[in-house]
Structures are given as structure tokens and as C-alpha cells.
Write a protein that binds this ligand. Structure first.
Ligand code: BGC
Length: 416
């Protein structure tokens, strides 16, 4: 595998040193937290080292909703950036608009089909042609815990929802915030999908969030999931509404809170704070989710632009993103694992190694599922409808879990 990496690295260096023109690349992303900014800075550095100019187009806002709004207006006005952070089924929606550049030449020259796991490669294609390049695989169903808080409260890291509530009561009694949460629709949805995976298992999750089957969306299992999700709110603090996700992570880092349900971009914050997993913080699959894996693959699409320079820049960007050097460095900072399975994990921590093992095992065991909250399982309109139903229920005092399940069905149907 290492020889393979060296060959590819050499090939990349050769491609880059031969590249005729330096180009300007304008790249839209929403990576603005400490860990995220450090990660994207590596891409900027690598592009600049090749002589290209990086024009940063960062739009703050976890989960990327604001970034998508800004991007739409740029594309509609006929002025798209060189590349944008777009993922999952949204790639298909942008493909339908006929505005994406075809990356097949660079993909074929660099063997993407062989280097990428099938689930990743498929997500990058529109009409069987590559239109996106993957940077990573994030796992969403994680729980981040502060072991010192758990110790002070005299409890163990929970592995079931019953254990979770028993531990959360003791943590609260000991004067800590059991769950650090940011009350924003995408964060509510992130916790909610994790509960659904734990309560219903992967098949149920798929039935609900991929097949959008009304029988699953309005079922006793969904009602139970909604109840558990709502109960979690009692263990969050008063400052939760509107809080950014990285500030919630900071509460776990500084020992104010015991745990956070969040994807492994949270690890980027722990890493940026210089903390060591297994010692200063613990990553554990969220209760009852075991080795099941909700995946969230970040990727960039390139837009059709006129002029040779734009094409050159896009080629440089795509080649750089897929290089083993970038995949390693970026993901060490970002908290995710490389999208390429052949990149060595030697320098990665145990959370990343567990993520990688579970990624492979869950693909084999059919418990690998796309994250609804992070735009991997449905088109954006349906995702938005689920967000609305979930957040409304979470914030209301007069909506029962039964009614919320019914409203999931009607909202999803209206959005389809
Ligand atoms: C993205 C991550 C990002 C997170 C928080 C997710 O949807 O996939 O890359 O770190 O949102 O902004």
C-alpha cells in the first residue's frame, strides 16, 4: 500500500510540476470553526505551493445552509465560483441544472474508480460521470465525552438510552450540564437522526430517511425515538437555543458539560485545543448505535466556467484534493477519515481508527447509512421539511410525539 502511495505521490508531483499555468481558484465552503479553518488552510497552502491563487469564499454557518443560499444566488446571477462544497443528493440537483464541470478526464488519469470505496465514488457521479471530488468521510453518530466530568459524577459512558438517562440525572445532580447542545435546526436534526438509528436500527433508519416510507415515519418506533429525543432536551442548558456547534463542543472541552452528540468534525475542535483522545476526551458511538455508521462525505463540485485558466485551476484543485498527502493532512485536522481507502492511518488517533473499522464493517453488515441531517439521504427540500417538523416539535410544549410523527409524514409528502 505504501509503494502505491509513493507512486501516486510521484505522479501528482509530476502532474503539478508540468502544469502550464497557475490559476486563481475561488472556493466556497463553510469551514469557519477553529478545527475547520485549520483544515481548509491546508488546501489553500497546497494550492499556493503550486503557484495557484486561492480566493477564499467562506460562508459561516454550521451544516452549510447559509452557504447554499449564497451559492444559489451566485450561480443564478451567472457568476459561479470555481468550486463549491456540495455533497450527497444535492450533487444530483446541481447536475440537473446543467452547470457542473465534468471531471472524468482527471478522474480517469488518476484512477478514482479504483481508489474510492463504491459508496463514495457513486455519490461523486452525475449521469455516471464524475462531477465531484471527495475530501473525507465523516461519521455522524458519535458522542463526545469529558471523562473527568463523568468521573466526578461517578458514572460510566452510556451505551444504551436507559444508561444515558440514568447517567444524565447523576451528572445534572453533580452540577454539570449533561448534554452540550446548540438549538439550531441542523443540530436538532443531527441528534434526532442519531436517536432514530439507536432506537430503530439501520434498516428502520433507511426506511424512514432514505425510502421516506410513511409507515416508518409514522410508526411506534418513530414515536419512541421522538420521545427520547425530546427527553434529551431536559439535560441541555438554558443557553442552548441558537448556540453554534463549536461553542457546544467548547463546553465539553472546558468541563462545563459532560457530552455532545455531534459528527466527528467536533474532533477537529478537540484537536485544535491540543487535547488527546482517550485521555482528555472520549469518542464513543452514540447510545445503542454500536458499529452502525451514519456517513457524511464532504466533497467539492466544480462549475462550468469559460477560459483555459478556470479549467486548469479546477484540474489542480481536483488532483490536489485526491492526493494522499492532502487526504492525510486535511483529515488529521478535520476529525474525519480519508475518502481514499489506501491512505495509511498510521498517524491517525484511535477515534479515526475506530471510525475506519466501523465504516468497513458497517458496509459489510448493511448498517452503513447516509446522514439525513447532513444532506446525504434525501434532496434538500425533503431534508428541510424534516428539519422543520423536528425542530418545531423539539421547541414546542404542546406537540405530542404522535402528532410529530404524523407531521413528519405530511411535511415530507408536501416536499416531494
Ligand atoms: C459538514 C462538515 C462540517 C459540519 C459543521 C457538516 O455538514 O459535512 O464538514 O464541519 O457540517 O459545519
Amino acid at each position: 500500500m505504501n509503494a502505491y502511495r509513493i507512486t501516486l505521490g510521484a505522479a501528482l508531483a509530476a502532474t503539478l510540476s508540468c502544469s502550464a499555468t497557475a490559476a486563481e481558484v475561488e472556493v466556497l465552503h463553510w469551514w469557519t470553526s477553529g478545527g475547520e479553518a485549520k483544515s481548509v488552510a491546508e488546501l489553500k497552502k497546497m494550492m499556493e505551493a503550486q503557484g495557484d491563487t486561492w480566493k477564499d469564499f467562506a460562508v459561516a454557518g454550521g451544516g452549510g445552509e447559509s452557504a447554499m443560499t449564497v451559492l444559489k444566488s451566485r450561480v443564478v446571477s451567472g457568476n459561479p465560483p470555481t468550486a463549491a462544497q456540495i455533497k450527497g443528493p444535492s450533487i444530483q440537483e446541481w447536475g440537473d441544472e446543467g452547470v457542473l464541470a465534468n471531471l472524468d478526464t482527471v478522474a480517469e488519469a488518476n484512477n478514482w474508480d479504483e481508489l474510492l470505496p463504491e459508496v463514495v465514488a457513486e455519490a461523486m457521479k452525475y449521469d455516471e460521470q464524475y462531477v465531484a471530488v471527495p475530501v473525507n468521510v465523516h461519521r455522524v453518530n458519535w458522542m463526545w465525552a469529558n471523562p473527568s466530568v463523568f468521573e466526578q459524577a461517578g458514572v460510566e459512558i452510556p451505551t444504551t438510552w436507559d444508561e444515558f438517562f440514568a447517567a444524565a440525572d447523576k451528572i445534572k445532580a453533580a452540577g454539570f450540564v449533561p448534554v452540550a447542545h446548540g438549538g439550531q435546526p441542523w443540530q436538532d436534526a443531527t441528534t434526532f437522526e442519531t436517536v432514530v438509528l439507536g432506537v430503530g436500527g439501520a434498516d428502520f433508519y433507511r426506511q424512514a430517511f432514505v425510502d421516506l416510507d410513511p409507515a416508518a415515519l409514522n410508526s411506534p418506533t418513530m414515536v419512541q425515538s421522538l420521545e427520547i429525543f425530546k427527553r434529551i432536551k431536559d439535560y441541555t442548558d438554558e443557553g442552548a437555543p441558537g448556540r453554534d456547534w463549536n461553542l457546544a463542543t467548547a463546553m465539553v472541552i472546558n468541563g462545563k458539560a459532560a457530552m455532545q452528540f455531534m459528527g466527528d468534525w467536533a474532533k477537529g475542535e478537540f484537536a485544535a485545543a491540543g487535547l488527546t483522545p482517550g485521555k482528555d476526551y472520549v469518542c464513543a458511538p452514540a447510545p445503542a448505535t454500536g458499529e452502525a455508521f451514519t456517513f457524511n462525505i464532504d466533497s467539492f463540485v466544480m462549475f462550468q466556467l469559460s477560459g483555459d485558466e478556470a479549467g486548469e485551476g479546477q484540474q489542480h484543485l481536483a488532483t490536489t484534493i485526491m492526493s494522499p498527502e492532502f487526504q492525510e493532512l486535511f483529515n488529521l485536522n478535520k476529525g474525519s477519515i480519508p475518502a481514499r481507502l489506501d491512505v495509511s492511518l498510521e498517524k491517525f488517533d484511535d477515534c479515526a481508527k475506530t471510525s475506519n473499522e466501523d465504516f468497513v464493517a458497517s458496509a459489510e453488515g448493511a448498517t452503513l447509512v447516509p446522514s439525513m441531517a447532513h444532506g446525504m439521504s434525501t434532496f434538500s427540500s425533503v431534508q428541510g421539511a424534516i428539519y422543520d417538523a423536528v425542530t418545531q416539535y423539539y421547541n414546542a410544549s404542546d406537540i405530542s410525539a404522535e402528532d410529530a410523527a404524523k407531521s413528519l409524514v405530511s411535511s415530507v409528502q408536501a416536499a416531494q
